[in-house]
Design a protein around this ligand. Structure first.
Ligand SMILES: NC(=O)c1ccc[n+]([C@@H]2O[C@H](COP(=O)([O-])OP(=O)(O)OC[C@H]3O[C@@H](n4cnc5c(N)ncnc54)[C@H](O)[C@@H]3O)[C@@H](O)[C@H]2O)c1
Length: 324
């Protein structure tokens, strides 16, 4: 049997704890690293087989470590991911891996040059519901995709160091670019910082793609509804991915406009069945980590890294629009 990939993880906070559980289950968790000794001690008790350090350099100096997982706060991602790639490690880095497109492009370049995996933590791409949505789009079942819109709203965690666009929008953007398979030619954002100066709590985004498809996002942590939803409107059918639903993650609506021959150019609507295909209950984080490890073992074509760059590029365009 092939040896498990030896992994070191930096960042053991709220989300890092979920990641490290998955790393431990599907890889050889060699190192735990956190700048907080308290966090390190807490996790060390759970994973006694792993070595511990508050120094990222010490983790990187271990030649037996093949891959590094970075789950530290966003502003630290670029520097840590870069340092790890330059130490010839494969890197999984939480989203977004960089806060500027030129920095992300630099990470992609270093990873290509050194033939290392650089995978951003675009968790939703590994969600079985989103995979089903992609299948529906690619198979042509929905007909030509016309528009996609995302709702990610809640009266949720109110962040003070990253706005709703960077904190919430990155999820929907990664999925929308994946579904549409294009980068937008136009990206507009409007929003407002109601609670913390300079940190937008409510953001609306509009994207227009070269093919004419359009997309919209409503991102907010000031909202009465808890919504995590993506709607895809096709010419023949419409589909909704609703992550708040326990059983009906995907609903397909056989609804569409039509122009019967005898209608002399007038549009009518057709409504048919509404159904929910079965979606596997696999943990997206587990699937995401398994994908990373398979790229480490079998080699990468760099697609994950380039997708990460496209997302950061759009985030940057949207930020410019928001500031304007
Ligand atoms: N994919 C998802 O769905 C998802 C969900 C939540 C969070 N995240 C991402 O995960 C990352 C971590 O989020 P969190 O909620 O766990 O944050 P957190 O603040 O709870 O934890 C961050 C940890 O990193 C440690 N740290 C900070 N700088 C460090 C450094 N230079 N070296 C080592 N350790 C350092 C801190 O001590 C802390 O323990 C963020 O990038 C966030 O965007 C992703």
């Amino acid at each position: 049997m092939e040896a498990l990939v030896r992994v070191g993880q930096a960042g053991l906070g709220a989300w890092g704890a979920n990641l490290v559980r998955n790393v431990d289950e599907v890889a050889d968790l060699a190192w735990l690293c956190d700048s907080s000794q308290t966090r390190l001690d807490a996790l060390a008790r759970r994973y006694p087989g792993a070595r511990t350090t508050t120094s990222f350099d010490e983790l990187l100096a271990d030649q037996s470590v093949e891959a590094v997982v970075v789950a530290t706060p966003v502003p630290t991602h670029y520097a840590l991911a870069r340092q790890a790639l330059e130490a010839d490690k494969h890197v999984f880095v939480e989203k977004p891996p960089a806060m500027r497109a030129d920095e992300m492009a630099e990470l992609v370049r270093i990873a290509e040059e050194r033939n290392r995996v650089l995978m951003p933590g675009h968790l939703l791409l590994y969600h079985p519901g989103v995979r089903k949505l992609k299948e529906l789009v690619d198979s042509g079942d929905l007909g030509e995709v016309l528009c996609v819109y995302g709702n990610r709203q809640n009266l949720g965690t109110i962040r003070t160091n990253e706005n709703a666009l960077w904190s919430l929008g990155v999820h929907d953007l990664s999925v929308i670019l994946h579904l549409i398979g294009e980068e937008p030619g136009e990206a507009w954002a409007h929003g407002n910082a109601f609670l913390t100066p300079g940190v937008e709590d409510v953001v609306f985004c509009y994207l227009r793609f070269p093919s004419g498809k359009i997309a919209h996002l409503h991102l907010s942590w000031l909202d009465p509804h808890k919504m995590r939803k993506l709607t895809v409107v096709g010419r023949d059918k419409m589909a909704v991915f609703d992550d708040m639903e326990l059983e009906r993650k995907i609903t397909v609506y056989e609804k569409a406009p039509e122009q019967p021959a005898q209608s002399y150019g007038e549009w009518r609507t057709r409504t048919g069945d509404i159904f929910s295909p079965k979606i596997a209950n696999d943990e997206p984080l587990r699937l995401e980590m398994q994908h990373f490890l398979s790229l480490v073992r079998n080699g990468t074509d760099g697609a994950a890294a380039r997708d990460g760059l496209a997302v950061v590029r759009v985030l940057e365009q949207l930020t410019e629009s928001l500031r304007a």
